[in-house]
Every structure is written in C-alpha cells, then in structure tokens.
Design a protein around this ligand. Structure first.
Ligand code: 5GP
Length: 190
C-alpha cells in the first residue's frame, strides 16, 4: 500500500503555505500536481497544476488515470495516478491538497492507496481576517466565500471519519507543519 498525505480545510486556513513549509523542511514529501482544464493564472502557485484540455481530461478519466476529480467553476481538476506512482517509486510520500469531495473519494476508494488525511482549521476570527485581506473591498466575493465555508463545514461534520487528524493552524506555520509531520509519523506506525 502506498501512503499519501492529504491536506484539506476551508479556504483561507493556509493549506498551500503549510504544504510548502512541509516541503521546504523535509524531502520526505513531494507535492502532487493536479491536472486542470482551467487556464493558467499569473500567480506564483500556477506551476503546481498541469494544464490540459477538456478532451484530454475526459480521456484520462475514461482510462482510469485519475484517482479523483472535481468540477469547480466550470473547470475540471483531478489527481493523476501517474504522479502518485512516480513519487512513491522515488521513495517519497505524495502530498495532496484536496477539497472535501476529493478526500471522501480517495479515502473510500479501493485503490491500493493508504491516505493520511489531515483537516486544517483556524479560529473563526483569524479566518475572517485572512479572507477579508484576500478579497479586499469585494464584499460580494467575501460573502459568497463565507457562505461556501459554512456549507463546507457542515459537509466536514458528515465525513469527519475520513480524517486521521484535525490540526489548528492558529499562528505559527512552522509549528503547525511540524505537528502535521508528527501526525504522519504516527499514521505510518499504525
Ligand atoms: P483554483 O482554480 O483556485 O486553483 O482551485 C479551485 C478549486 O479546485 C480549489 O478548491 C482546489 O482545492 C480544487 N482542486 C485543485 N486541484 C484539485 C484536485 O486535484 N482534486 C480536487 N478534488 N480538487 C482540486
């Protein structure tokens, strides 16, 4: 069985920063690039996607080359099995950042993969501050994000059992990344 580490949690909890801290602090993990049909954006994390056409995405799904996928804002996003295979064969642990649907699919699929899913939270006041900073004066986007976060939280309550641990990323990202690393050690020993 191949172990993988999955980070999930509401938008604004710092999953991407945490993933990069884990990657910087240890060569045990390697980030799995998702494939997506959305167009590249000019932001620093765009290299973490492999951009493909909708036809190519459909072909990969039909051939079983995608472990899990989701549709978001009219675009498809999926985890390529080939990346998991490659990283595991290199002796490292694939690290994935997934939405809750993705976690639920991977944890419940009989795919020969053993997922350690960690749910990241922050206190509500911190989340509100971060999202306010992210969306600035666009209160419409901020409100729609907050509404989404509420429904995602309700879904999290439904699928809580899929997670090995819940971690609060309250302030110190290095400390939080260290905690996740220890949780993963514990997972590997179970
Ligand atoms: P964005 O376009 O903002 O980078 O991502 C949009 C959404 O797609 C985010 O919620 C992100 O977590 C989700 N996402 C990105 N890659 C994957 C993937 O491989 N699988 C799933 N299930 N969701 C993904």
């Amino acid at each position: 069985m191949k172990n993988i580490l999955i980070l999930a949690g509401p938008s604004g909890v710092g999953k991407t920063t945490l993933a990069h801290t884990l990657l910087n602090n240890s060569d045990r993990f390697e980030l799995v690039c998702s494939v997506t049909t959305r167009a590249p954006r000019a932001d620093s994390y765009d290299s973490e996607y492999i951009y493909i056409s909708k036809d190519e995405f459909a072909r990969l799904v039909s051939e079983g080359g995608i472990l899990e996928y989701t549709e978001y804002a009219g675009n498809f996003y999926g985890t390529p099995r080939s990346e998991i295979e490659r990283i595991s064969a290199d002796g490292r642990t694939p690290l994935l950042i997934l939405d809750l649907n993705g976690v639920h699919t991977v944890v419940n699929s009989k795919s020969g993969i053993c997922p350690c899913a960690v749910y990241i939270t922050v206190p509500d006041s911190v989340l509100l501050e971060r999202l306010s900073q992210r969306y600035g004066t666009d209160t419409e986007k901020l409100n729609s994000r907050l509404v989404k976060n509420i429904s995602e939280r309700a879904y999290f309550e439904e699928i809580k059992a899929d997670f090995f641990a819940v971690v609060e990323n309250a302030g110190n990202v290095e400390k939080c990344a260290e905690e996740i690393h220890l949780i993963y050690d514990r997972f590997c020993k179970k």
